[in-house]
Design a protein around this ligand. Structure first.
Ligand code: ADP
Ligand code: MG
Length: 559
């Protein structure tokens, strides 16, 4: 029998799993059960789209059996099974979600917690097993195959016997060591708890043979043991439950279970819509930027279910780009299962759902801003940029959706403020919303151009993000107040006649200014006496459409 080697990156993940000192090794069961459930989903989907197949719900289940004596734990399913090739491809090569975790290898080493929250997949079995055996028969195939591996040394595949379609995963559980207890993964009680904890919402029954005891017949003191098969999980998916039945922990667990992220979401949104289009949705606003968020690999989208069956992993039509950080799922009875991606783009129901969801997210964010300011600011630090891009790429209504969610650093408050807050503090005579652009708050503090506006007692918004100025150029005004750069030549501020009136200086210095202008001929348009300076001798100002800072950004962009 030939022993095959794992692909290089699989091997590294495998090593990581085998040598993991991660304390929540129990998640291996969650991973194997979720694979079993996926395999049954595939079967169900096939039956729905293929008339020659039928799906009898009772025939589909997952079973967990422990054999303490031989230290074996078996997880079997009646799912779609794997062919010989699929066994090689799926188990010999790292799977997608596994590779995600893999990219974060450094984090895995430093923070073992992340393993538990990420989709580490099939290989997690090696955290508790010295040998993993997979026996599988694929739908439509007459042969069954046995895949077996002890970890790093590779794996073998050979034909074997199996009556029914499906997969059996058999784990030979490791012996206890001084630091690690593996025995518990053979205990009914522990297994039951692990299933409840992580796999309660799996839509197919997860069965176990539980040992029970009852009074012996004709006796009132002697007990006898008997075995009864029981379904451990609740099965009703979380999104079909009533909000009142669910705790924040339930939602968080769902977030981890679904591998939406490894942070703790800032907010969950549970929607049960009964209107024009019926759907359930659970959405999450993450706290941290996903590590691939600003890369090309990042795909926005929500999981799309049609009446409980997953039809698409990342349905991008459901989210506008400016909310691309939102994670979650939508389940609707009104969508056809046979819908294709092209059809989805034009689907009226889907468009309605998307619109509805966008509104909901906006309102929840406003609510967060109003009632949990600190959390909102955390969120804004992570995703504010995305909102600003949203305004910048305005397609009709983006501006309206997003303008109240924007925040900028304020010269007065020394923290992030909303435009609404800015307006509400404006003295009556103030005409514009003033802003200053620069590399950092500290730099802007020192800008001579801010002096006059600040002296007037007006608040200045600091634009340190390169997108900021573009954003407000598109926004143009907020509550009828236009934006004005502190470096524009007309600040709209009434000048008082005082010692700063340098009209006489203007004449006296004419020669000097001409001289300066000559020297700086290709660098400045004009040299003038300024009324705006208090403590600084000189500053730049411009009459153009954009500020000097923005010109800098544009010039770096065009390089
Ligand atoms: P993921 O589930 O994220 O794809 P896994 O490492 O958990 O990654 O699983 C790898 C692949 O192995 C799955 O995508 C699937 O194709 C296959 N697989 C694993 N377990 C089963 C099973 N019980 N039945 C059918 N296929 C399975
Ligand atoms: Mg999996």
């Amino acid at each position: 029998m030939e022993t095959k080697q794992f692909k290089a990156e699989s091997k590294r993940l495998l090593d990581l799993m085998i040598n993991s000192i991660y304390t929540h090794k129990e998640i291996f069961l969650r991973e194997l059960i979720s694979n079993a459930s996926d395999a049954i989903d595939k079967m169900y989907y096939k039956a729905l789209t293929d008339d020659s197949l039928s799906f009898d719900k009772d025939k589909y289940y997952i079973k967990v059996v422990s054999d303490k004596e031989n230290r074996l734990l078996k997880i079997s399913d009646t799912g779609i099974g794997m062919t010989k090739e699929e066994l090689e491809d799926s188990l010999g090569t790292i799977a997608k979600s596994g590779s995600l975790a893999f990219k974060k290898e450094t984090e895995l080493k430093d923070g073992y917690d992340i393993i538990g929250q990420f989709g580490v997949g099939f290989y997690s079995a090696f955290m508790v097993a010295e040998t993993v055996t997979v026996i599988s028969k694929a739908l439509g195939s007459n042969e069954a195959y046995k895949w077996e591996s002890q970890g790093a040394d590779g794996y073998t595949i050979e034909p074997c016997e199996k009556d029914s379609v499906g997969t059996e995963i058999i784990l030979k559980i490791k012996e206890n060591t001084e630091d690690e207890k593996y025995d518990e993964y053979l205990e009914e009680y522990t297994l039951r708890n692990i299933i409840k904890k992580y796999s309660d919402f799996i839509r197919y029954p997860i069965k176990m043979d539980l040992t029970k005891s009852k009074l012996k017949e004709d006796s009132d003191s002697e007990y006898e043991e008997y075995i009864e098969e029981e379904t451990i999980n609740n099965m009703v998916p979380i999104w079909k439950k009533n909000k009142s039945e669910l705790t924040s922990e339930d939602y968080e667990r769902f977030y981890f279970e679904k591998h939406y992220g490894f942070d703790k979401p800032v907010k969950h949104i549970h929607i049960k819509a009964e209107g024009l289009v019926r759907y359930n949705a659970i959405l999450f606003i993450p706290e941290k930027i996903p590590f691939d968020y600003y890369t090309r690999e990042y795909e926005k989208g929500l999981e799309l279910y049609s009446n409980g069956v997953l039809i698409m992993d990342k349905c991008s039509e459901l989210l506008p780009d400016y909310f691309s950080f939102v994670k979650g799922m939508v389940d609707s009875e009104d969508l056809s299962l046979n819908i294709s991606r092209e059809m989805l783009q034009h689907d009226r129901q889907l468009k309605l759902i998307a619109k509805n969801i966008t509104n909901k997210i906006k309102n929840e964010l406003l609510d967060l801003l109003k009632n949990e300011r600190e959390k909102y600011e955390e969120f804004y630090k992570s995703f504010g940029r995305q909102l600003k891009y949203g305004v910048y790429n305005d397609f009709g209504s983006n501006k309206d959706t997003l303008k109240d969610l924007l925040m900028f650093y304020s010269s007065k408050e020394k923290k992030l403020v909303t435009l609404d807050e800015y307006i509400s503090r404006m003295p009556e005579e103030q005409k514009y919303i003033y802003y200053a652009s620069g590399e950092s708050n500290e730099r802007i503090d020192k800008l001579p151009q801010t002096e006059l506006v600040a002296e007037k007692g007006y608040e200045i918004l600091y634009f340190t993000d390169d997108i900021d100025e573009f954003t407000i150029k598109v926004l143009m005004s907020y509550k009828d107040k236009e934006f004005k750069s502190v470096s524009s030549s007309d600040l709209g501020i009434e000048m008082e006649e005082n010692e700063n009136d340098n009209s006489s200086n203007e004449k006296d210095s004419k020669e000097l200014f001409e001289y300066m202008k000559n020297i700086l001929s290709d660098k400045v348009k004009d040299v003038r006496a300024s009324k705006r300076l208090k403590h600084h001798p000189v500053c730049f100002s411009n009459d153009g459409e954009i500020s000097i800072e923005m010109e800098k950004v544009l010039s770096t962009m065009s390089n």
